[in-house]
Structures are given as C-alpha cells and as structure tokens.
Design a protein around this ligand. Sequence first.
Ligand SMILES: [Zn+2]
Ligand SMILES: [Zn+2]
Length: 294
Amino acid sequence: MRCALCGRKAEVKLVRYGTSVCRSCYPEFFRGRVEKTVERLRMFSKDDPVCVALSGGKDSLSLLHALHLLGYKAKAIFIDLGISGYSEGSRKVCEKLCSDLNVDLHVYELRRERGLTLSEVSRKVRRPPCSICGAVKRQATNRMARELGCTVLATGHNLDDEVAFLFSNLLNWNLNYLARQGPVSEAKFKMVKKVKPLCFLTDEEVRIYAEIVGLEVFEGRCPLEGKAPLHFYKRIWNELEGMRPDVKSSFYKGFLRKLKPLLSVDEGELRSCKICGEPTSRDVCSVCSAFMKV
Ligand SMILES: [Zn+2]
Ligand SMILES: [Zn+2]
C-alpha cells in the first residue's frame, strides 16, 4: 500500500476512509479532517478568537495543537479542580504544550474562586464529585471564554465520546439531553457558542495524531471517578466498529440528520444566578447551591 498523499510506503491504515497514509503525512490528513468539520459546520472562522478547554488528555491537547497549526486564533484554558494526584499532572502537560506553541494558558483555580477543592466540597455536601464537577466545568469554561473575549468555546470530545454519550442517552430515553447533544450549540444569554471540532474523529485517530506529533499527555484517570458506564459503552462500540467499519460515524451522523431535528429543547428561560451572576435556569445556579450548603 502506498500513502495516498505522497506515494511513499503507507503506515497508517484508514479503513473507514478506504485509504492509507504514511506517518509523516498523517498529521496533515488529521488536521485536514478537523478543518473540514470546522468549516462545514460553520463552527468559527480564522478571525474568531476560539477558547480551547484543555484537560491534559490527548484529545484537548491535540485539538489545540491542530487548531494552532491550522492558523486559528486559539486561546487555552484549564480548570484546576484541586484533585490531588490528578490536577497537578494534567495542568503540567497543558502548560508544557502552551509554552511550546507560545499560546497563553489561562487557569481557573476552583479553590481560589470558590474556596474549596472538588474533593472538599463533595465530601461536605455528600454529593458524588462527578455531579458537581460537570457543573463546575461547564460554568467555569463558559465564564472564562466570555471573559477572554472569545465567542466560541471548543472542547476535545471525539467520535467515541459522542457515540457513547448518545448511546447512554438513548438507553435512558433522555430526550432532553438528546435534543441538546451535537457538535454545535449556539450562543444564548451569557452562554458562548460551544463546538466539538473532533466529533467525527475516533479515539484511535486522535491517539495516533498525539503520538506522531509527539504530544506529552496526561494518562491518569481521575481518582474520584466511580464506575463510569461510558467506558463500557465505548468498548461495545469498538467491537461493533471491528465488525462494521465506520458504524460509529454513520450512527452519529444518522442521529444528527434524522433524529435530532425532530427533538425540541426544553430548558426553560435562562437568567443570571442571584449569587454569582452566571447563567442558570433557576434562581441560584447549581454550583452556588453546592458550595453554599457547605
Ligand atoms: Zn505520505
Ligand atoms: Zn451561581
């Protein structure tokens, strides 16, 4: 097999695209896919300041790396939740990549902003950390993007994440989540536009990119994370993909094309939280209510 781009010996087999490329052409191929998604779904243009939420994992770091090399105006943020044995390591690799790319990294420290780390607040209010974590991250990333003057917030969710989440929402017939799931959420009241430029690239394709361009990533799993069914769903989907290449992508695209347009979002009016001013559908946002009970 020859590389479809340069004709040398192919090393990366891309079964679902019916082609193969060599290792030196792979990054260009990958970035081409990212750019195509960004353009086709009108996520942002080369003039828009884009805020990339980094976690330290391969996905968000690859996203920042790719967008930066494609010439997009990417800014980077990191949410430090103060989880010992986890936050330090993930923050370090984000700092490393940002300094290599000469991109400013803006850090939100939960302890500085809210007085407690995630583990502390979770213990005190006796709520599972993941339920608070999601709300904290959603709020903090949105606020930082807005304050940095970015109109768009980009996250590193890949196709495997999207399919696993979609599958979980279908299993539970969670219509409200299904209605909101997708690569683009438009801006509304104090909420910036949210996009997922890696949503059509698999976990494996992102992993290969990170490896070939030599990204230092944080491999650790969050110690607070319980039994996450999403990992189990991802394994099922990998088995399916082995039997039928491209099933993840056709399932996800089929959802976006056929089911999503039929669903309507019911999330009530958004208003400002009485305490912190951030957007919420209640009087007091879920982050304030968790931290206030302390
Ligand atoms: Zn090549
Ligand atoms: Zn609040």
